[in-house]
Write a protein that binds this ligand. Structure first.
Ligand code: RIB
Ligand code: CA
Length: 320
């Protein structure tokens, strides 16, 4: 009897994002991995820049990846309760400064992102859809509020956000994605969904050093060239701030985990979100040493094989 090889089951994912040059790198990595990932839809959320720009940017990235028919949805215009905070100082006015690209021709779908997330989770078989969040968690929290039955149907929520030993990047205590909408993060971490968290403790190890960027440039492809331009813009802020060789590339850590989880190590912990203190609002309080009896609600990553990550990123972007 000839051995039969079964093709690996593709992971169905929804990407929730606030592009952002690093979001763009993550989306490129996902589209460059069609054998492993089936992108059911991409949802824009206000974050790095207002929704009008994150939607525009998401569609620019889809077209750059040769996916003009990708299902793009528009979600939350602002956080649940807090005033909107954006990060043009990092990402530029448009959120995708650094490369000059034509305005997108593809349109976002009519359906609201929150309704798309609910409909998809309620119709796909239970436990088969992974939520990949690259920005504030407003869309996810709103979907949970509107239809709590989706929580047990989520396979996994893999998110970029938070920080613990590494502190914060928008305040001394808080990382941007959580800080923008701490109430949304609090709801998501309390929903009982299996969470994998990529905090600054991991992403600050993923520096876009000159040699790593040169390997992306060596691809000699249009997507690779555009990514290099985006990284050159995006990293300038962090190089000044951290004095490092390159800036931290945050969001692709989420997609890298789906493709090669062995690149990362962490532990299952309790994570709580501060929502009230003016000093520490948005802080992810991670019980890394297990000093409380609070329920463990997230796998928090702390270490990553940075060279392995960049090799994977470059390989997948090279497939576009
Ligand atoms: O703190 C880094 C995170 O905030 C990244 O997702 C970046 O794109 C911004 O959204
Ligand atoms: Ca982001």
């Amino acid at each position: 009897m000839a051995a039969t090889t079964t093709a690996p089951v593709k992971r169905k994912i929804i990407i929730d994002t606030d592009p952002g040059q690093d979001d763009a790198a993550a989306i490129m990595m996902a589209f460059g991995s069609p054998d492993e990932l089936e992108v059911l839809g991409l949802c824009a959320v206000a974050g790095n820049v207002p929704l009008s720009y994150t939607s525009r940017n998401l569609r620019i990235v889809c077209e750059l990846c040769g996916k003009p028919d990708a299902p793009v949805y528009e979600g939350a215009l602002k956080p649940l309760f807090r005033p909107q905070v954006t990060a043009e100082h990092v990402h530029g006015k448009t959120g995708l400064d650094g490369a000059v690209l034509p305005e997108p021709t593809m349109k976002a779908r009519e359906q609201h992102a929150v309704d798309f997330i609910i409909e998809t989770l309620m119709t796909e078989p239970e436990g088969t859809v992974t939520l990949c969040t690259l920005g504030p968690l407003t869309n996810i929290a709103t979907a949970l509020e509107k239809e709590p039955r989706i929580a047990p149907r989520v396979k996994e929520l893999v998110m970029m956000g938070g920080g613990f030993f590494e502190g914060g990047n928008i305040t001394p205590a808080a990382e941007f994605n959580i800080y923008v909408d701490p109430h949304a993060a609090k709801q998501v971490f309390a929903a009982g969904i299996p969470i994998v968290m990529m905090p600054l403790d991991v992403t600050h190890q993923l520096l876009t050093t000159k040699s790593r960027v040169e390997k992306i440039a060596a691809l000699g492809t249009r997507p690779g060239d555009v990514l290099v331009e985006w990284l050159a813009f995006f990293e300038r802020f962090d190089i000044e701030k951290y004095g490092s060789d390159g800036g931290p590339l945050h969001d692709p850590s989420v997609i890298a985990y789906l493709l090669k989880p062995e690149l990362f190590t962490g532990r299952h912990c309790n994570v709580e979100i501060e929502v009230d203190s003016p000093l520490t609002v948005g802080m992810t309080v991670v019980d890394w040493w297990g000093v409380t009896d609070r329920a463990k609600n997230a796998t928090v990553m702390r270490k990553v094989d940075a060279d392995g990550f960049f090799a994977l990123l470059t390989e997948r972007v090279g497939k576009l």
